[in-house]
Design a protein around this ligand. Structure first.
Ligand code: NAP
Ligand code: MG
Length: 450
């Protein structure tokens, strides 16, 4: 059992779930395997109805789920409500998939050729602590819609919302074994998803280091795998933009969720002639950020998730040239103020490494080519933003930045109805969007002789 702690106060929580053993995990996988044939064979319209019922039950418990996330993960209540709503919306969106899991009919001589999208069987989803609810739903909603059963391991630090969602699935009428939450350690439960032959696909979100181990482990059985890993994304600000607006929005693109976001724009590249103005305005907006009790409706940033995560972020700041910081509460809890570093050299670790905390590095560039080269000088490629009023430049730069998710003159969050995933070492495969259910199927080709 892991003792759960409220990150805002450092106080122990009353309820800590027992960690599943290897035997518990095997039993959960066996139940999911047993539940698979019946779930696969549920009529498409009925599976759709059950997913919509699940969405409705989540919606009815939205506030409870949001409060649980504030308590367990220190998310601001505004974010937590959005996250619970995102679970509902993913379920509603993919509830339209069972009746639309189309194959194709391909012209061939001497017969008819058709394709089917067959579900895989049991899918194992491994979730990190940074967005416990959305990341779980991005996996289970399309997987269930495509006719798979799911075993899901939440992060040890943040199991509570996933466990509640598992109960709500049963309340909504999903059969036993269709969605099973298995709380426990990555080294036990997570690894078993990789090694167990009845788990046919692993969806992993987390660190690049563990993601590489998962991919190597999956190779043994040629197991299907989707990876959503780290990022070191750039917010590129050109002189021809509204510099005041860019500086006002930049803190939210990196300090949201206390920077514990794989899409955080943790590098800001500013064209040299606008650099001083931008940094001056950024200081104003960072100092105005409301880093307060996350259960307060006005809170814009809460604490880090754990003492360990705060230590890890602080270690990245050792020796960095801090330009200025915002505020943070004193006293207990894992608080850290939003921090801005001016980087002069691309070899600095603060410029290169994913910090996963409220820290942003700012650097000047001279022209478009240099901006693109600096943005691409990383092993990651997950997100990024481009601020310019020149539509040609916006499109040129968007096409040249090696990253899966870019926004122009905005810092758009992930939308469940558009594809999401990384270039390079930020991941493998895509989640969300209209094609996600297909990633939980095998395409089968059938030829019928006439
Ligand atoms: P992590 O170790 O990659 O953990 C992510 C998930 O994988 C957790 O559920 C974890 O279980 C599980 N896991 C760990 N080792 C495993 C293994 N050998 N086999 C199968 N599953 C395993 O990430 P972390 O330790 O939470 O965070 C470390 C760093 O990763 C962060 O500082 C950040 O840089 C990065 N990160 C990135 C993302 C992202 O969205 N891209 C998310 C979280 C973290 P436990 O609960 O036992 O840890
Ligand atoms: Mg870890």
């Amino acid at each position: 059992m892991t003792t759960l702690i409220n990150p805002s106060t450092g106080a122990e929580l009353d309820h800590s779930p027992a960690s599943a053993s290897l035997e518990d995990t095997d039993a959960a996988i066996a139940r999911a395997h047993d539940a698979f044939p019946a779930w696969r064979d549920v009529a498409p319209g009925e599976r759709a109805r059950l997913l919509r019922a699940f969405a409705a039950v989540v919606d009815a418990h939205l506030e409870e789920l949001a409060q649980l996330e504030v308590l367990n993960a220190g998310h601001t209540i505004g974010n937590a409500r959005w996250e619970a709503g995102n679970v509902r919306d993913c379920l509603n969106y993919y509830s339209a998939a069972p009746e639309r899991l189309f194959g194709r009919q391909i012209p061939v001589p001497g017969g008819t050729d058709v394709t089917f999208h067959e579900p895989l069987g049991v899918v194992g989803i491994i979730v990190p602590w940074n967005f416990p609810m959305p990341i779980a739903a991005w996996g289970f909603a399309p997987a269930l819609a495509a006719g798979n059963t799911v075993v899901l391991k939440p992060a040890e630090l943040t199991p509570l919302t996933a466990m509640r969602i598992g109960e709500l699935a049963l309340e909504a009428g999903l059969p036993e074994g269709v969605l099973t939450i298995v709380p426990g350690k990555g080294s036990v439960v997570g690894e078993r998803f990789v090694t167990h032959p009845l788990v046919r696909k692993v969806c992993f979100t987390g660190s690049t280091t563990v993601g590489k181990q998962i991919m190597a482990g999956c190779a043994d059985q040629v197991k299907r795998v989707t990876l959503e890993l780290g990022g070191k994304s750039s917010n590129i600000v050109f002189t021809d933009t509204d510099v005041a607006a860019a500086a006002a929005s930049a803190p939210y693109a990196v300090f949201d969720n206390a920077g514990q976001d794989c899409c955080a724009r943790s590098r800001i590249l500013v064209q040299r002639s606008a650099y001083d103005e931008f940094v001056g305005r950024l200081e104003t907006s960072v100092k105005a950020l409301r880093v307060i009790d996350p259960s307060d409706d006005r809170s814009e940033m809460g604490p880090l998730v754990s003492a360990g995560q705060r230590e890890s972020v602080q270690a990245h700041l050792d020796g960095a040239s801090i330009a200025f910081t915002g505020s943070a509460p004193d006293g207990p809890g894992w608080w850290l103020p939003p921090t801005v570093v001016e980087s002069r050299d691309t070899s600095e670790s603060i410029w290169r490494e994913e910090v996963f905390g409220p820290v942003v590095a700012v650097m000047a560039f001279d022209d478009e080519d240099e901006a693109v080269a600096l943005a691409n000088d990383t092993d990651y490629g997950l997100s990024g933003s481009i601020f310019t009023s020149d539509v040609g430049r916006a499109l040129r730069v968007a096409r040249r930045v090696e990253s899966g998710n870019l926004s122009v003159n905005s810092h758009s969050a992930v939308r469940y109805w558009t594809p999401f995933g990384g270039f390079k070492q930020s991941g493998l495969g895509r989640e969300l969007g209209p094609d996600a259910p297909n990633a939980f199927t095998e395409e089968k080709n059938v030829f019928i002789a006439h």
